[in-house]
Design a protein around this ligand. Structure first.
Ligand code: UD1
Ligand code: CA
Length: 458
């Protein structure tokens, strides 16, 4: 026998129990598409690309997976056995082993599958099935064993007798076959069962009856074998995957105060000594450095955050924070907000496509959009960068040390130079030169003895 390992991934079914327009294997688990988790788990096993059986939603699945896999179309979904048979031509020459798993079991870890392959190679089995034991085996195929514990066959839930349904050992849907024997057995599979399908698990009984040795390897941890057939299972997969990610982060030095309510995507990177309160969501390609504090209610997406920052109950989306920045509570950093060292952004401040130089402060109720702001700038409460005329966006610039009075409207495009000042309440439509103060508001008039003319006094 050669030591070649082939991998087949089944992903042609229509996933009807998901009740979704999206093919089942393209649903997300903790920020990573289900089929990508599966590919991550099988890729280390083989030099050859896996062969993916696609059918329902084939085009979308293929577009997503791209060059990570070969594809074989199963035009009609006649069952898992029929699905594997579609790979026959691809593997006709192989004298190695073939590992088969489903695209809807995203929780398997690469080490577990590697151990399973080793276990099979140590045996003389024609096929080894990966099994698990669970209190609630509903929906899974059951492993039927003889009195001496040898595996006899797998029976699907729908075809099982009452006694068989009580069996708590289930088929995880992962198998390794001697490749030649796999296709010999598949040719003999019939569809005389409740679902009228060609079942892959029937090959075990066929091989055993032909005098071959068949075996099972039992997983320690049932949750690894979780099959996502509906949204309930998807929510469990998400929960378990989040627990796994959180565990890894904590082991690496990240402090999670309430991991159960902290949702961190698979590809997020976080440095040690960062403290994250409960009720925080961190998604996408976010990278966070060391020693930050992120409090409850914060949601951070695709952002890059340095060290020693404090983000208090704020939304941060495709933004960059350097170091020692304080944000919030209730700030909204939108795409291309870029905050330098020691910047402070306070409550109800929204920033979009704007750079703030180091030590610049915008403490309260401000909108900064399309702007290049220097360092040590003070932006008073209620300042609005008026960046949009209904058709186009315009950019304004503010030089270092400038002082923007409260409630200034900056009608873009204007250039407020270094160490310039705007008086509170000004509507700035023209450039302000360095060291000048712009006052752009109507003068105050005091009408004397007006109180007596008030209607209530008549
Ligand atoms: C299957 C197993 C069951 C096992 C469970 C583990 C069979 C008959 N049953 O049941 O013993 O406990 O997985 O999760 O194999 N697929 C195709 N083409 C088809 C039918 C299915 O590609 O014609 C694919 C599906 O897209 C899916 C996988 O095969 O990725 C499994 O099919 P599914 O319908 O989910 O089988 P289960 O009922 O979960
Ligand atoms: Ca399934």
């Amino acid at each position: 026998m050669s030591d070649e390992v082939n991998v087949i991934v089944l992903a042609a079914g229509n996933g009807s129990r998901m009740k979704s327009k999206t093919p089942k294997v393209l649903h997300n688990v903790a920020g990573k598409v289900m089929i990508d988790w599966v590919l991550d788990a099988v890729e280390p096993l083989s030099k050859n690309k896996p062969i993916m059986i696609v059918g329902v939603g084939a085009q979308r699945v293929q577009e997503h997976v791209g060059s990570r896999s070969e594809f074989v179309l199963q035009a009609e979904q006649l069952g898992t056995g029929h699905a594997v048979q579609q790979a026959k031509e691809h593997l006709a020459e192989s004298t190695g082993v073939t590992l088969i798993m489903s695209g809807d079991t995203p929780m398997f870890q690469p080490e577990t599958l590697a151990e399973f392959v080793l276990e099979h190679n140590r045996s003389n089995n024609a096929v080894t099935v990966l099994t698990a034991v669970t209190d609630d085996p509903t929906g899974y195929g059951r492993i039927v064993r003889a009195d001496d514990d040898t595996v006899i066959k797998i029976v699907e839930q729908k075809d099982a007798s009452i006694t068989e349904r009580r069996i708590q050992e289930i088929n995880t849907g992962v198998y390794i076959f001697d490749n030649k024997l796999l296709f010999e057995a598949l040719a003999l599979v019939k569809n005389n069962n409740v679902q009228g399908e060609y079942y892959l698990p029937d090959t075990l009984d066929i091989l055993r009856q032909a005098g071959m040795q068949i075996g099972a390897y039992t997983l320690q941890n049932f949750t690894e074998s979780l099959g996502v057939n509906d949204r309930v299972a998807l929510s469990i997969a998400n929960r378990v995957m989040h627990q796994r990610i959180n565990h890894q982060l904590m082991v690496a030095g990240v402090e999670l105060l309430d991991p159960e309510s902290t949702y961190i995507d698979a590809d997020v990177v976080i440095g040690p000594d960062t403290i994250i309160e409960g009720g925080v969501t961190i998604l996408g390609r976010t990278v966070i450095g060391q020693n930050n504090v992120i409090t409850q209610g914060s949601r951070i997406v695709d952002s890059t955050i340095g060290n020693d920052n404090v983000i208090t109950a704020s939304h941060v989306e495709t933004a960059i924070l350097q170091n020692n920045v304080t944000v919030g509570p209730y700030a909204h950093l939108r795409p291309q907000a870029n905050l330098g060292d020691d910047v402070h952004v306070g409550n109800f401040v929204e920033i979009k496509q704007a750079t703030l130089g180091s030590n610049t402060k915008a403490g309260h109720l401000t909108y900064i959009g399309n702007a290049v702001v220097g360092k040590d700038v003070n932006i008073g409460a209620g300042t609005i960068f008026v960046n949009y005329d209904g058709v186009n966006k315009f950019t304004s610039t503010i030089g270092d040390h400038a002082f923007i009075g409260s409630n200034t409207k900056i009608i873009a495009p204007v250039d407020i130079a270094t160490e310039a000042i705007t008086a509170a309440g000004s509507t700035i439509t023209d450039d302000v030169p360095s060291h000048a103060m712009a006052i752009a508001r109507t003068r105050q008039i005091n009408k004397t003895d007006f109180w007596e003319r008030m209607p209530h006094k008549k």
